[in-house]
Unconditional design. Structure first.
Length: 158
C-alpha cells in the first residue's frame, strides 16, 4: 500500500511538471513512477512529529543550496562557452558516504542537475564517478559540496 501511494504521488508530480494530461503521458508517468519505486525500493518509515520541523527546514535549506548550485554552475558553463575558455574534462570519484540508498540517489541527482557535471556510475561502495567539464580543481570543490549535501540529507532522512 505504501508503494501505491508513492507511485501515485510521483505520477501526480510528473503530470504537474509536464502539464500534459493525454492518455499516453499518464501511462508514461505511471510506468516511470513504478520503475523509480521498484529500483529505489523505498523503505517505509514513520516520521516522529517532533522531528518534522527540523526535517522540513532541512528540506528547504537543501532545495535552496541545490538551486544556488544549479544557478552558479549554469553561469560557470555559460562563461566557458561564451568566452571560449579552455576546459580539462575528466572523471572524478566522489564518495557518497550516505547511509541510505535514497540519500545516495539524491546526492547523485544534485550533482547531475548542476550544469557541467554528471554522475555516470555509482559503485557498490557508494563512490560516485562524476564527469566534469573542468576536472583540475573540481574534485576539492565537489567533495566539499558533497559533504554539505550529505549533512543536509542526514537532517532530512535520518
Amino acid at each position: 500500500m505504501q508503494n501505491v501511494r508513492l507511485i501515485l504521488a510521483l505520477t501526480v508530480i510528473y503530470l504537474f511538471l509536464t502539464a500534459d494530461l493525454h492518455l499516453a503521458n499518464i501511462i508514461l508517468a505511471l510506468l516511470l513512477a513504478t520503475s523509480i519505486t521498484w529500483f529505489l525500493k523505498p523503505q517505509p518509515r514513520t516520521v516522529e512529529l517532533r522531528r518534522l520541523p527540523g526535517m522540513t527546514w532541512g528540506l528547504i535549506v537543501y532545495l535552496w543550496v541545490l538551486l544556488k548550485d544549479i544557478a552558479l554552475n549554469a553561469i560557470w558553463v555559460a562563461e566557458i562557452v561564451v568566452l571560449r575558455r579552455p576546459i580539462n574534462p575528466g572523471i572524478i570519484a566522489i564518495p557518497s558516504k550516505c547511509q541510505t540508498s535514497m540519500g545516495t540517489a539524491l546526492s547523485a541527482h544534485a550533482i547531475t542537475a548542476s550544469p557541467g557535471e554528471m554522475v555516470v556510475e555509482i559503485g557498490d561502495d557508494g563512490l560516485m564517478y562524476t564527469h566534469c567539464l573542468d576536472a583540475t580543481d573540481r574534485e576539492k570543490l565537489m567533495e566539499a559540496a558533497q559533504k554539505m549535501r550529505r549533512e543536509l540529507l542526514q537532517n532530512i532522512f535520518e
